[in-house]
Design a protein. Structure first.
Lengths: 109, 115
């Protein structure tokens, strides 16, 4: 079965510290993976997708097929990074998006 | 562009009743997906509509049904409401076949409480 696991419900770091939000997936085919973010009082929005290999707001994520992981990383966290982060898996040619349960990141001053 | 709009924002129903939620997609989008988000959980895929047809369905009972209109707006209907149907219902729009980058644009949701 296709599944996305985010093992940490809550993550708290100090401003300027590195941050890594973990995501593991279960899927036998070729996955497309995404990170979505929801800032306070805003709607859920795309942060980045693995096929773009881009850095958005200083965040990067590398797809590791061997470990079936897609961890989100940022070397120096900022207070404005505090938000709810969801990892999502899209099955190619299937169009539905499977979301993890989310990790609430708090960046303390 | 107002983006994805949903109505109503909040509603309260009792068990056994029926509810209809509405969604207007982002301008230029032709595909609408519905998600259920229970408290403390990530969004769960209910179904997706494209060209006025249900194209994909998640693991939800037949009590959940939908419709897409020629203007691409969509409705989610839930019959015989159960307490467990209490959740935030999210609508997301995207581009359909051939241009689907996987980016979903979400509405603010309709919070349904079943008493």
């Amino acid at each position: 079965a296709q599944r996305v696991t985010q093992p940490e419900k809550l993550l708290s770091v100090f401003k300027g510290a590195p941050v890594e939000l973990k995501c593991n997936y279960s899927y036998s085919g070729s996955p497309e993976l995404f990170w979505y973010v929801q800032y306070s009082r805003q709607r859920l929005q795309l942060l980045l997708r693995h096929i773009s290999r881009e850095s958005i707001k200083g965040f990067t994520a590398d797809l590791n097929k061997g470990e079936t992981s897609f961890h989100l990383k940022k070397p120096f966290a900022q207070e404005e990074d505090s938000a709810m982060y969801y990892c999502a898996l899209r099955i190619v040619n299937n169009n539905d998006m499977r979301f993890g349960a989310g990790t609430r990141l708090t960046v303390k001053p | 562009d107002a983006g994805v709009t949903q109505s109503p924002t909040h509603l309260i129903k009792t068990r056994g009743q029926q509810v209809t939620l509405r969604c207007s997609p982002k301008s230029g989008h032709d595909t609408v997906s519905w998600y259920q988000q229970a408290l403390g959980q990530g969004p769960q895929f209910i179904f997706q509509y494209y060209e006025e047809e249900e194209r994909q369905r998640g693991n939800f009972p037949d009590r959940f049904s939908g419709h897409q209109f020629p203007n691409y707006s969509s409705e989610l209907n839930v019959n015989a409401l159960l307490l467990g149907d209490s959740a935030l219902y999210l609508c997301a729009s995207s581009l359909g076949r051939g241009a689907n980058t996987g980016e979903l644009f979400f509405g603010e949701g309709s919070r349904l409480t079943v008493l």
